[in-house]
Structure formats: C-alpha cells, structure tokens
Design a protein around this ligand. Structure first.
Ligand code: FA5
Ligand code: MG
Length: 385
C-alpha cells in the first residue's frame, strides 16, 4: 500500500487463494475456519466499530502531528516468519513461535500474529512515522474476549538527535516521555478526560524499556496495548541513517478498545454481520453504547477424557472451533485430576454453545457434540471417559 492521507479510501487486501494458504505442507496448521475469515477486513468496513475506532485513532494522530504518521491498512496478513519473528528479535525458543500458538502456512511463512511483523519493511522503506492496522491470527483459548482473529494497530515514530537535544534530554528518556504522552493523549481522545490509566512494566523482545497501558473501566484494570522504545539494533539494521536515531513503537488491540468504548460484551459480535449490531455504530460517533438484543439460551456440554502426552488446550479449541464455528461461546476446563495409581490425568471440559442470532435445537447441539467427541479421540489421541 502506498502512503496516503489519513482517512482516504484503501483497497482491501483480498483473501489469498485457498491453495496458497491451505496446503499439504507438513508444517501447515491453518484450518478451513481460519481461512474463511481471511479477506473480511473488519477494519476497512466504514461503519463497523473496529473501523470507527481505527479512524478515531488515525484522526487523533493526524491532529497532534499533521502528516507525520502514514497509515497502512491494506498490508497482507500472510508474512514471512522472518519478518514476524526474527527481524523483531523474537528469540528462537520463544513460545509465540510454537505451532501451538501461531498459524503456519509452511515452515517459513505464517499468518502474522502481530502487526509488529511490518515494522522492519516500513523502516527499510524510509518511513519515520507510520500506523499499520490489520487482522492478526493466534491459536488461543475460547471465551468472550478471545477470538482466533483480531485486529491490531502498530504505531512507530523515529526521532533524530535534534529532537532530544531541543528537549534537553537523553535519547531514550526523550522517546519514552514522548511515547507515554502520545498514548495518554490517545486514551483521553477516545475515552474522555476523566479516564484513569496506568503504566505497567512489561517485556517485549523488540523494545527496551517496555510497558503496557491499562485503563480502569467498569471496576477493573484492562490491558489495551504494549509499547516501548525500539531496540536500537532494529533501527540500525533497517532505517536509513538508523544509528543516529531513536524510535518508539506500540501495538494496540482494537477489539479490546472497542469493547470498552462501546460496551460490547462478546467478541463474536464483531463478526456476526447482524444488522441489529451493525446499525448501532457510525463513523465519528464515539458516544455510541451498544444495546444488547435478546440473548438466546446457552447449551452446555461436558466432556471428560484421559489426556495424551501431546494434548494441549489450544489444539482442543482449534478442533472445537473447526466443528462448531461461531456457535461456540466458551471452552473451559472445569475439572482435572490425576489417578494416583496409574498416574494418568483426566480433564473435564465444558463447551458452551450459543448462537447470537437464534435458539439452537437439542438435535443440532447433540450432533455437534458427537462430532467433537469423535474428533477429539481420533485426532488428539485422548481417551474419552
Ligand atoms: C503484541 O502483540 C506486541 N506486538 C505489541 C507491541 C508492539 C509491543 C510494539 C511493543 C512495541 P500483545 O501480545 O500483548 O503484544 O498484544 C497487544 C495487544 O493486543 C494487547 O494489549 C491486547 O489489547 C490485544 N490482544 C492480545 N491478544 C488478544 C486476543 N486474543 N484477543 C483480543 N485482543 C488481544
Ligand atoms: Mg500483552
């Protein structure tokens, strides 16, 4: 995507051809379900709440530093493992690289698990300020705040020696102060002056120091973004004139911010396409508060099994999503014990089925649960009890 004015229309990246993403490569772990989400681009649907919040953040950065941040929201989600991990210094043994956590197209190609995957290419292109918005993919648990596809916005700003000299500060100290000021300003722009924020120390391989921003909302602290001063070696290796410069970077979760701002209770609503949901949001309207429409009854199914050595919860969730799709609201471990004689461990998982649009019939849920039971014993090697 070429640089353009904030707010100008952008061509949505189309879903890649099926045969490029769902391959027989031994490292491929992308499912049909995940493939079906590609090309949806909620962040490019004009009055969708993910797009509304994206635009509000673009507007804030444009107002505070006109022309400085170039928006990129059409970058393709299929990226090299090199850009997603190596170039942002993710260690070779870091958990996020595991196929239990990341979708691999093949050993060298992944569905980006964060928008940080685009930092280095944009630095190499010479940009000194940019915002990248896109869909990111993670194998994860299933509940009201987790979905295997969500949207992030990456922000990067590069400074020169004149900037910290003018402030009479050291480079790192200056970048950190600038970063925190920019993000606190963004939080006030979205949530109003009364918003309570706090900074929490964090760790990311690509920044030092690193922080997370939490917002106090509905009685608790919620993590909305990660950020920090960019590791100098990333800047040195990629930005023209990098060694004399300093940069900050942040990555924020758009669903998290939209859920808080608009009072949206279930992350699946973003994907429902239901008019009763969509018509409640409009570009530029940050005051909208989601009015829930009738909730249909849930249907709970418990399933107990002896685990196998390579059983993982993410694999179970992936399998359940593959069969139940968006009818699955939650997968929770409700009981676990180890038999002292045999040393075998039993897990009991509860699957909550619920549609956002209609009542489910017993037959329908029973048939889904039968397929889930069959698949877990055949594909995960567990023994049903
Ligand atoms: C990252 O992804 C880092 N790349 C962020 C970053 C960028 C740090 C640049 C430093 C510099 P993390 O995994 O914490 O970090 O995710 C960032 C944000 O994405 C979280 O704060 C949260 O708001 C959102 N997020 C993470 N996981 C999920 C999820 N499963 N569902 C919804 N939102 C999520
Ligand atoms: Mg985090």
């Amino acid at each position: 995507a070429a640089p353009r004015a904030a707010g100008a229309a952008v061509a949505a990246p189309p879903a890649p051809p099926r045969s490029e993403v769902l391959t027989s490569d031994p490292a491929n772990n992308v499912s049909e379900y995940i493939y079906s989400k590609m090309g949806t681009n909620l962040h490019l649907q004009p009055d969708h709440p993910i797009c509304v919040i994206k635009q509000a953040i673009y507007d804030y950065f444009e107002a505070t530093a006109p022309g400085l941040f170039k928006p990129f929201d059409g970058l393709h989600p299929v990226v090299s493992a090199r850009a997603n991990f190596d170039e942002v210094l993710v260690p070779a043994d870091h958990v996020s690289r595991s196929p239990n956590d990341t979708y691999y197209v093949n050993a060298d190609t992944v569905l980006r698990c964060h928008t940080s995957a685009h930092q280095t290419e944009l630095l190499r292109a010479g940009h000194s300020g940019f915002l990248v918005t896109g869909d990111v993919y993670r194998r994860d648990s299933i509940d009201a705040t987790h979905y295997p596809v969500f949207h992030q916005m990456e922000g990067v700003r590069v400074f020169g020696p004149e900037d910290w000299a003018a402030a009479g500060m050291g480079a790192t100290e200056f970048a950190e102060k600038e970063l925190k000021g920019a993000l606190e300003g963004m939080a006030r722009a979205l949530f109003g002056d009364g918003i309570e924020c706090r900074w929490v120390d964090a760790y990311f391989p690509f920044t030092e120091p690193s922080y997370e921003l939490e917002i106090f909302f509905n009685g608790k602290w919620l993590e909305v973004l990660g950020c920090g001063v960019m590791q100098q070696s990333i800047l040195d290796a990629n930005h023209p004139g990098g060694s004399g410069k300093k940069a900050w970077a942040f990555g924020l979760g758009l669903e998290r911010l939209a859920m808080v701002l608009f009072g949206i209770s279930d992350i699946r609503l973003f994907w429902s396409g239901d008019e009763r949901f969509l018509r409640q949001f409009k570009r530029g309207d940050l005051k909208a508060r989601f009015k829930p429409y009738s909730k249909f009854p849930p249907c709970l199914k418990d399933m107990a099994f002896w685990v196998s050595p390579n059983f993982t919860e993410n694999n179970l969730c992936e399998l359940v999503r593959g069969i139940g799709g968006d009818l699955v609201e939650e997968v929770t471990l409700i009981d676990e014990f180890t038999n002292s004689k045999t040393g075998r461990t039993s897990n009991c998982y509860r699957i909550t089925y619920r549609s956002m649009e209609r009542s489910l019939t017993d037959e329908e849920v029973n048939s889904l649960q039968d397929r889930v039971r069959k698949a877990v014993s055949e594909e995960l090697g567990v023994e049903l009890r």
